[in-house]
Design a protein around this ligand. Structure first.
Ligand code: TXA
Ligand code: MG
Length: 345
């Protein structure tokens, strides 16, 4: 199948909506990462999404809504009541935006979309192209990130082509994503609200709206914790090249390694290196992280070394993705790097 990238302008959006309404899949931009969209109401589209991504059917998809009004989604049967007051408050504060809420599945939401669960993840994206597409389609879209299962989420149209080229007809190009990491996922069906996936909306921001701190599920490399929530695999978002997290700032560059740095280095920097932030701003580091991992992956280097994430607003989300992507820990022993598998926590 020929995969075309088209600008998310009027013609592109019209074509994308037409393809979706006739049961095809289309990749489209959101503010977090690119999504692989299909009609949520159509079982064939849901199945095609799992197939294109090579995603296990036990890993539920997110329902993308145009309207941030949860009452409307309830009335239309996508959700089942009663709506928790916390959900209404969080949606009012952060939608449209990079926040996904786990709520009770309504009769109109396909069971296969939620991997058989009685809950459903819902999100209202802020990207204007995603909104225009949802408006033209006139109904919600099921959309996971537009990458092969377990791989790095795409943050631009070309990265989608690298992942899904030949498997889908159309990629809508809306430029690079402004957030660059997947949405924060908050479970509101559990007895205490819990953050299943940290993202641009921080735990503190959620706590402020809820009036109390949510529980936080942390990524772990332990195999027995491989699935801490549906689809929350410990190993995920991974490049093909093994990634090691350095215990200390990287001062020594190895010619066969690719180095990902978080600070302005006074030292000469190796050619095989990317500095994610030059001023400690983790928002721009998050935006560039996945692109940097793709560059590292295609560099031909044997390993990727990442230095510690500095403290800051988005540190949790970056730390979470790096933990899931990593194979172990890198230690500088004074004259060489030691790479230890499975030592990350
Ligand atoms: O930013 C995002 O959320 C992007 C854009 C495209 O919207 N989408 C995305 O989808 O990251 P995906 O499928 O790659 O990740 C969805 C996450 C998975 O970890 C999945 O397990 C979790 O949400 N999830 C979905 N439904 C769930 C449910 N009912 N209960 C618990 N977790 C759920
Ligand atoms: Mg994903």
């Amino acid at each position: 199948m020929d995969t075309r990238i088209v600008a998310a302008d009027e013609a592109g959006l019209t074509e994308a909506a037409r393809l979706l309404l006739s049961g095809h899949l289309v990749a489209f931009p959101t503010e977090t990462v690119y999504g692989l969209g299909g009609l949520a109401s159509r079982i064939e589209s849901i199945r095609a999404i799992f197939k294109a991504k090579d995603r296990p059917t036990t890993d539920p998809l997110i329902l993308h809504l145009l309207d941030p009004n949860l009452e409307k989604a309830l009335k239309e049967g996508w959700l089942a009541g009663p709506l928790p007051a916390s959900a209404v408050a969080l949606a009012r504060e952060f939608w449209p935006g990079p926040l996904t809420l786990i709520l009770t599945r309504g009769p109109r939401t396909q069971r296969e979309m939620t991997a058989g669960l009685d809950t459903v993840a819902v999100r209202c994206p802020a990207h204007p192209a995603a909104q225009s597409l949802l408006r033209q389609v006139g109904e919600p879209l099921a959309a996971p990130s537009a990458n092969l299962f377990g791989r790095i989420s795409p943050t631009d149209a070309e990265a989608v082509r690298q992942e899904l080229g030949g498997k889908i007809r159309l990629i809508l190009d809306g430029g690079p994503c402004s957030v660059g990491l997947e949405s924060t996922v908050v479970n509101l069906v559990s007895p205490v609200p819990e953050i299943l996936r940290p993202g641009a909306i921080t735990a503190d921001q959620v706590a402020k709206v809820l009036g109390s701190a949510p529980d936080i599920q942390r990524a772990s490399s332990k195999k027995e914790k491989a699935q801490i929530a549906p689809g929350q695999l410990a190993s995920h978002y991974a490049p093909r090249t093994p990634l090691y997290r350095s215990e200390s700032p990287i001062r020594f560059f190895h010619p066969d390694f690719f180095h990902i740095l978080f600070r302005k280095s006074e030292d000469p920097i190796s050619q095989n290196a990317i500095v994610l932030t030059t001023d400690g701003n983790l928002e721009s580091a998050a935006r560039q992280l996945y692109r940097a991992l793709r560059t590292a992956d295609s560099s031909g280097c044997h390993a990727i070394l990442v230095e510690p994430v500095p403290e800051g607003l988005w540190a949790d989300a970056i730390h979470d993705r790096l933990t899931r992507a990593s194979s172990g820990t890198a230690i500088w022993n004074g004259n060489a790097w030691k790479l230890l598998r499975g030592m990350n926590t």
